[in-house]
Design a protein around this ligand. Sequence first.
Ligand code: FAD
Length: 401
Amino acid sequence: MTRLAQTAGLTEVQQEILSTVRDFVDKEIIPVATRLEHRDEYPTDIVEGLKELGVFGLMIPEEYGGLGESLLTYALCVEEIARGWMSVSGIINTHFIVAYMLKQHGTQEQKDTFLPRMALGEVRGAFSMSEPALGSDVSAISSKGVRDGEEYVLNGQKMWLTNGGTSSLVAVLCRSDEGHPEGTAPHKSMTTFLVEKEPGFGEVRPGLTIPGKIDKMGYKGVDTTELIMDGLRIPANRVLGGVTGRGFYQMMDGVEVGRVNVAARGCGVAQRAFELGVSYAQQRQTFGKPIAQHQAIQFKLAEMATKVEAAHAMMVNAARKKDSGERNDLEAGMAKYLASEYCKEVVEDAFRIHGGYGFSKEYEIERLYREAPMLLIGEGTAEIQKMIIGRRLLEEYRFQG
Ligand SMILES: Cc1cc2nc3c(=O)[nH]c(=O)nc-3n(C[C@H](O)[C@H](O)[C@H](O)COP(=O)(O)OP(=O)(O)OC[C@H]3O[C@@H](n4cnc5c(N)ncnc54)[C@H](O)[C@@H]3O)c2cc1C
């Protein structure tokens, strides 16, 4: 039963994939999500199910064993999954970003080594730019990779790795001075290192420690960690693309598609909040009638549904633009900004519709209320999106005099 967030022009294959994923979400995710989230428990069975559906390889080319689907298909799947539980979409998203970066920028050997196992979900990806002292200001990264013969030695502390513990391949952005003289712009002296490790916590490889899970207000179940490199030695052939100094651009490319996915998550969470709100509003009676019959509540539902539709349309537009091979940073920034802000507002309205019960952990909206704020921060805060949007608009609408 869904009237909102329909997408015109999908192929039969896309429709089939989406209906399979939606079915999985309704049967396997929604019934257990809140219980697992309250326990901060990793959704092992759900992840196994998604592996079987091929979701980990959705956008990986068929030649590497993936489904070779478009960003749009992927984003629509993420929307469905986030509708069930946002944390599950987080488990997939960093994996997807790393696979995308490999596909776009990896050497042939790196693609051959990692993509087939990533398509199966055997190798799972995390990506790491943020450090304790920086998130928005990527140019301030201080972790460093220094060449030593046929290896690089990595030192530094990273922060906020989604899937830091459960992943076995981390794309880590470091400063690397090799070949870049003093005074080189920071974004031209950064390199992405492909760091293989054992999943888990503690010293997962000599010189590499994942201390433990960060305790968060929401977005539970999925692990978020620090990463400490202390003399970590990486073979030179694990520089993404084989050339140093390109890391900043590679990461920004990955984050750009990641933004469409954060927008898709916002759409999914907002849809679920609307479903919960519209259902509760028809059951709860006050002053002799269901609260849905009070105009104030109907207006809330109208506003919520309009926001769900608008965010979905912008997300689809941003994904289609990228799929057509065009630059989509403006559309992705707008979609991410709008979908995350609307998501927060729709969740807040659904929470208010629930009255006091919305504050109870027995009701799903309580979980959504703690999850929505993460979308305002991840893959670039609202302020950073507005900076990107503003800059691009001034390029597009340059004053001609
Ligand atoms: C649950 C979670 C998971 C995450 N997962 C990952 C991950 O997998 N990999 C990874 O690399 N990172 C990850 N992050 C980090 C995330 O990308 C950063 O938190 C985010 O980019 C913001 O950086 P910050 O927290 O350092 O805030 P800051 O950059 O310190 O910003 C603080 C405030 O100042 C504002 N601000 C900053 N600069 C400007 C400016 N120039 N103009 C106006 N306002 C400004 C920001 O918008 C924000 O409101 C994750 C974060 C969370 C919370």
